[in-house]
Design a protein around this ligand. Structure first.
Ligand code: FAD
Length: 296
């Protein structure tokens, strides 16, 4: 009987819960602070004091987990700042190896077998362990609903308070949970031309993302918007890449996309090898034409 525990300070852990249901017989959410979520078997809440950062609860969290977790059990944390800190603390406290890029997991008795994606999706490897394991992955959409929560004391937390908070510039981007994503690549010659990509995204009700050079190279878009091995992983129903060549470092971030549409004027571009729909042509003609059709 494998138990799964989601460690979280946010309700956006729907993908982790879906994954846990593929192998676990019970699913507990251990929430740091007052997080409302449903769809799990049990919620254990560790309250946060006024001004206390969620990371300060790590000692309380690990003490609770140590009393519950056995070899073969699985701990999951969203790939967020708090998720990563708490996953690391749990890993150390429970001598439980920590993994990212987990494709699938099987658990029997006290043995856990993990299939891991390696080298940006070029290879898979399999690992077998007889310890608990910790997994960090994209949280996904909100786990809607509420559940009765058992509250445990937060005594033993680190003495820490938040002394200042600053909000990042720009929009709050949620690419990993988006159902449709339009991605702009280096095929866009000028920053102003991105208006076409914005228009297509808006006609589709999609989020706008980009390849890394548009973000880290020439800073046309925020770093939260670039997709790939060193950026965000996305799994939308629809991905439309315009002027994207499809290098592995980018496509490693879209392996979960259901339908891939690629617009590129080079018929040999690697993106066409993974595209469900290939549009060979000039994005400066195709993108506005698509937007116009969608608006009809
Ligand atoms: C360690 C490392 C990590 C990296 N991580 C990432 C990552 O996380 N994400 C990421 O995206 N990249 C990453 N990269 C960079 C990656 O290797 C590629 O360089 C990048 O993805 C290419 O971006 P692009 O497709 O926009 O540009 P390009 O490769 O320059 O492709 C532009 C494409 O646009 C097409 N095009 C040009 N004009 C037009 C037009 N008018 N109409 C239609 N098509 C046109 C061209 O034919 C070309 O195929 C990483 C690289 C390294 C070394």
């Amino acid at each position: 009987m494998t138990q799964a525990f989601i460690i979280t300070d946010t309700p956006k852990v729907g993908a982790l819960a879906d994954f846990a249901r593929t192998f676990a017989s019970s699913l507990t959410a251990v929430t740091l602070g007052n997080v409302e979520l449903g769809g799990v078997d049990k919620v254990v809440r560790i309250p946060l004091a006024e001004g206390q950062p969620a990371e300060a609860l790590a000692p309380v969290l690990t003490q609770y987990l140590a009393s519950q977790v056995s070899p073969g059990d699985v701990l999951l944390a969203p790939d967020t700042p708090v998720g990563r800190v708490c996953a690391a603390a749990a890993s150390v406290a429970l001598s439980a190896p920590i993994f990212t890029s987990v494709q699938s997991l099987e658990s029997a008795e006290e043995t856990t077998r993990l299939r891991l994606s390696r080298y940006g999706g070029l290879a898979d490897s399999e690992v077998e362990l007889n310890t608990p394991v910790v997994i960090i992955a994209d949280g996904g959409a909100e786990l809607a609903g509420t559940s009765d929560a058992e509250e445990i004391t937060n005594a033993g937390a680190y003495a820490a308070t938040i002394s200042a908070e600053t909000a990042p510039d720009g929009d709050n981007v949620e690419l990993s949970a988006a159902e449709r994503v339009v991605v702009a690549g280096r095929g866009f010659a000028e920053k102003e031309d991105l208006a076409m990509a914005h228009e297509l995204a808006s006609a589709l009700g999609a989020e706008l993302g980009c390849t890394r050079p548009l973000s880290e190279g020439i800073a046309w878009m925020e770093t939260e918007r670039y997709i790939g091995i060193s950026g965000v992983n996305i799994a939308p129903e629809l991905y439309i890449g315009a002027g994207v060549s499809g290098q592995i470092q980018h496509t490693a971030g879209i392996t979960g996309a259901k339908t891939i549409v690629a617009i590129n004027d080079d018929s040999t571009a690697p993106i066409f090898e993974i595209a469900d729909y290939a549009i060979v042509g000039d994005l400066y003609q195709i993108v506005p034409a698509l937007s116009a059709e969608l608006k009809k």
